[in-house]
Design a protein around this ligand. Structure first.
Ligand code: C2E
Ligand code: MG
Ligand code: MG
Ligand code: MG
Length: 286
């Protein structure tokens, strides 16, 4: 394979590149079919209040039940879906699915009225025209109270579209939906805009959480984020907690919420009601 680059330099496509291009193309085709045939499933990871050890919510995390390759994780398909914009369709499906599921659970298990569901939104979300309508319609159709829904956005998703995004976020917040900044500290964080965003929660990325019990600097960073959030009237949720030491340190620092393998791995929907009522082993670990 040979092709001309813009400068007239020939580019040689190696066999490996050709194979990769073919793999991508096949993946895209498969993903289109996956959306049509609803091959996606949502798993739920518990979120806890660290001081009182209460279960406060779940985060919806998508998986792809691939007909031949089995259950695939987001890292294996989200990036491609962002590039092709298929992610918009997927995010909407996950939101609708999780809201319906939660509305159903809240009716059946009164305890779950106090528990919220968090859904991740991709960076494409703020460039779409009707994002507010979709959220509004989803809430109405599912019957889920707005206060039970949390939407997670990332710093990256605001890049280059701060003003547009800020307007939409304020509109979403006015519906009564809570907003969380996901993976905080890993993207382009500017104090200049953070305080203007109507955020309820800042989520500390796993790359910080995982180091706090071994590295003083990681601990200092997390403490600074906790202080910052508190000054801005926001709550803090640490993600990726995978041992008891981390829980202890975070609680002492005044971190409000936490999630991670130590506190409960993402689980299929069938296990959620039993998890909520049974106060399984994970509850004792908090
Ligand atoms: P995220 O939103 O930061 O989600 C947390 C990820 O960390 C999840 O991975 C979760 O399983 C994992 N995790 C939680 N606790 C631990 C821990 O203690 N140790 C380790 N090693 N990992 C932990 P997952 O499910 O593979 O999702 C990865 C990312 O994919 C998510 O990161 C999110 O950015 C994206 N994603 C997932 N579902 C959706 C979706 O429906 N829409 C969009 N746009 N993105 C999604
Ligand atoms: Mg998230
Ligand atoms: Mg996160
Ligand atoms: Mg993360």
């Amino acid at each position: 394979y040979q092709s001309k680059a813009r400068g007239g330099q020939p580019i040689v496509f190696s066999a490996a590149m050709r194979k990769e291009a073919q793999r991508r193309l096949r993946l895209e085709t498969e993903l289109t079919r996956a959306i049509e045939q609803q091959q996606f499933v949502v798993h739920y990871q518990p979120v806890w209040r660290l001081d009182s050890k209460q279960l406060v919510g779940f985060e919806a995390l998508v998986r792809w039940n691939h007909p031949e390759r089995g259950l695939l994780m987001p890292v294996q398909f989200i990036e491609v879906m962002e590039e092709t914009k298929q992610i918009l369709e997927l995010d909407r499906w996950v939101m609708q699915h999780a809201c319906r599921q939660f509305a159903h659970w809240q009716k059946k298990y009164p305890r779950m009225s106090e528990i919220s569901i968090s859904v991740n939104l991709s960076s494409e979300w703020f460039s779409r025209q009707n994002s507010l309508d979709i959220i509004n319609t989803t809430l109405k159709q599912s019957g889920l109270p707005a206060k039970s829904l949390r939407l997670e956005i990332t710093e990256r998703s605001l890049l280059g579209q701060h003003e547009q995004a800020t307007i939409i976020l304020h509109q979403i917040r006015r519906l009564g939906v809570r907003l969380a900044m996901d993976d905080f500290g890993t993207g382009y964080s500017s104090l200049n805009y953070l305080h203007r965003l109507p955020l309820d929660i800042v989520k500390i990325d796993r790359s910080f959480t995982s180091q706090i019990h071994v590295e003083q600097r990681a601990k200092d960073v997390v403490q600074a984020i906790v202080h910052l959030a508190s000054a801005l009237n926001m709550k803090v949720n640490a993600e990726g907690i995978d041992n008891i030491q981390q829980i202890e340190i975070l609680r002492e620092m005044g971190c409000d919420f936490g999630q991670g393998f130590q506190l409960g791995k993402p689980m299929p929907s069938e296990r959620v009601p039993q998890f909520v009522s049974g106060k399984t082993a994970a509850a004792d670990a908090v």
